[in-house]
Design a protein around this ligand. Structure first.
Ligand SMILES: Cc1cc2nc3c(=O)[nH]c(=O)nc-3n(C[C@H](O)[C@H](O)[C@H](O)COP(=O)(O)O)c2cc1C
Length: 183
């Protein structure tokens, strides 16, 4: 069983999503969800923007398909995902391989894979909050992974820039959630 661990935060050791993904992967390993971990740091080693030529290289797609569980760190930057993470996703949404169009509409072809996404946001975007309409991170990731057939599970730490106290509390609560995921 293989766990694919993806980070995309640009903030290094300060990163909330890196803290969360590290914990999720440790908990999953301890609960025997996977003995082998493949790590990819999209900030340290960014993929180029998508071009038509890039479709010829399926190594990123193959790595994703080979994993039983995928753990993704997704910080909110400018109301959506980092472009580094988008470049990775651009290599996964492949017609005929991860989804197909049928007479009844699109069908996801990724089956039996667990996708766990750790989200961190500086503000609050919950239902009814003033900034809710600007939430294009969790909604996008739920949409794109759902589209290819891999309904994602989320761990969310938000309001991290409200105060240092709130940041600590929100990250610690999200870390508590990681235990539930591995159970
Ligand atoms: C370049 C940049 C853009 C950001 N844009 C937003 C934003 O649009 N909305 C928000 O709530 N927080 C925003 N933040 C705050 C981050 O979401 C927050 O710091 C979070 O912890 C980022 O995850 P990380 O710690 O793993 O990098 C931004 C932070 C950075 C560095």
């Amino acid at each position: 069983m293989t766990i694919l661990h993806i980070d995309s935060s640009i903030t290094g050791e300060q990163s909330a999503t890196r803290t969360l993904t590290r914990s999720i992967v440790e908990e999953l390993k301890a609960a025997q969800w996977g003995e082998q971990v493949v790590y990819r740091d999209l900030a340290a080693n960014p993929l180029p923007h998508l071009t038509l030529d890039a479709y010829a290289d399926t190594s990123i797609l193959d790595e994703f398909l080979a994993a039983d569980t995928v753990v993704v760190g997704a910080p909110m930057y400018n109301f959506t995902l980092p472009t580094q993470l988008k470049a990775w996703i651009d290599r996964l949404a492949i017609a005929g391989t991860t989804f197909r169009y049928t007479e009844n509409g699109p069908e996801g072809l990724v089956k039996g894979k667990r996708v766990i996404i750790a989200i961190a946001r500086g503000g609050f975007y919950g239902e009814g909050s003033p900034a809710a309409a600007l939430e294009h991170l969790e909604s996008y990731l739920r949409g794109v992974f759902g589209f290819i057939g891999a309904e994602p599970e989320f761990v969310v730490a938000e309001g991290l820039n409200i105060s240092p106290e709130h940041r600590e509390k929100a990250i610690s609560e999200a870390l508590g959630e990681t235990l539930r995921l591995a159970a």
